[in-house]
Design a protein around this ligand. Structure first.
Ligand code: GLA
Length: 361
């Protein structure tokens, strides 16, 4: 049975540790956010697609158009429809109203959420059961082939497979994910610097190319397979610094999983700090604002650790803190940030949410 109306939702994410490792076949540890993108989809009898979203101009296109020609954010939806259909799904025309509570440009994966919400929604609309890993993979293809950013699988995958109440340790080679519980006495806090990145996509692709060169210098298919001894033996330069970050960061994720399983928040926090310094110095994807926000978080006694999250250059930092001091921590960060940067940051205490879903309405 193919329903006439479907409602779907997909969350944004914050990454606790494991940054710029996903496209090296490595490990990441994100969690899905209680912020999401929802789509209310109504079937149309033809192949037209109409999209509405408050604050944006309506978009209209045909399923037969090249998705790369569709305007702005419509490309994420058009791209998903295109790849799902190419994969054999019975996609019909539709009208959808889109709304989101994920701040755009804050490194919290609003685009992956839109891709997944469209992917889950259109699959249920076709009368099929969504395969979360497959939809995530198609979302990554939209980024790579239609948006033109060579991003990894982390954002789409966590948004698709997350389990409520848990962070997920994801193996970006096998695409297997393992729930990891963050102790009840800890809170995860997102601190948005309110800076937004421009023209950072080319930097992202350059990082990826450096990693691929380093892997081929070492003689492995991806840096996931390299040891730190092999990286140490490389001649110094940018590629070596990038590879140093990736190999150590992968090890940090595996160690972090064990530490969280043992409720060792102090050591886990120390790894978050190390991750930040490595992203700042070896990987060079942090920014003054992200460094400053992480430093302000670390000033507070409640903070186990803090770091930039996501691709970098702007957006948000994440901290793991002692839950009993949450309110005091949040006012500290806001006050200190206003003093230093002169802007009012958004700061959220977040609980891990469930991955994407879609229902017939
Ligand atoms: C962005 C990309 C992800 C990942 C992170 C960095 O969010 O979309 O695939 O590479 O940057 O960890």
């Amino acid at each position: 049975m193919q329903p006439e109306q479907v409602r779907s939702r997909a969350p944004g994410r914050v990454n606790l540790i494991g940054e710029h490792t996903d496209y090296n076949d490595g490990f990441v540890m994100p969690l899905a956010l209680p912020f999401d993108t929802t789509l209310s989809i109504v079937r149309r009898p033809d192949r037209r697609v109409l999209l509405h979203s408050a604050g944006f101009e309506d978009l209209e296109f045909s399923l037969d158009d090249d998705p790369s020609d569709v305007g702005s954010w419509g490309r994420y939806v058009a791209g998903m429809a295109h790849y799902l259909e190419a994969d054999g799904l019975a996609v019909s025309g539709f009208e959808a109203t889109i709304s989101t509570t994920i701040p755009v440009g804050a490194s919290l994966s609003s685009s992956a959420a839109l891709e997944n919400a469209a992917g889950f929604g259109l699959t249920v609309m076709a009368g099929e059961t969504p395969d979360p890993v497959k939809i995530a993979t198609l979302g990554q293809r939209v980024e790579n082939e239609i948006i033109g950013i060579q991003s990894g699988i982390m954002d789409q995958l966590i948004s698709a497979v997350a389990v409520e109440g848990f962070a997920m340790r994801i193996d970006c080679r096998s695409l297997e994910s393992t729930p990891v519980r963050v102790a009840d006495n800890a809170s995860v806090v997102i601190m948005d610097t309110m800076t937004r990145r421009e023209l950072a996509d080319s930097e992202y692709d350059l990082r990826r190319q450096a990693c691929e060169r380093a892997a081929s210098t070492i003689g492995v298919s991806a840096l996931r397979d390299a040891t730190i001894e092999q990286v140490d033996a490389m001649s110094s330069g940018v590629d070596k610094r990038r590879a140093t970050h990736v190999v150590n960061e992968n090890a940090r994720v595996l160690q972090a999983e064990q530490l969280l399983n043992n409720d060792d928040l102090t050591e886990f926090g120390r790894l978050m700090n190390e991750s930040h310094y490595s992203l700042q110095t070896n990987y060079e994807v942090s920014s003054d604002a992200l460094d400053q926000m992480s430093a302000i978080a670390r000033e507070h006694d409640a903070c186990f650790g803090a770091r930039m999250t996501g691709g970098g250059f702007a957006g948000s930092a994440v901290a793991c803190i002692d839950r009993s001091q949450s309110e005091n921590f949040v006012s500290h960060v806001k006050r200190r940030w206003e003093d230093e940067a002169g802007t009012v940051p958004d700061v959220w205490i977040v609980e891990p949410a469930a991955g994407a879903s879609a229902v017939v309405v």
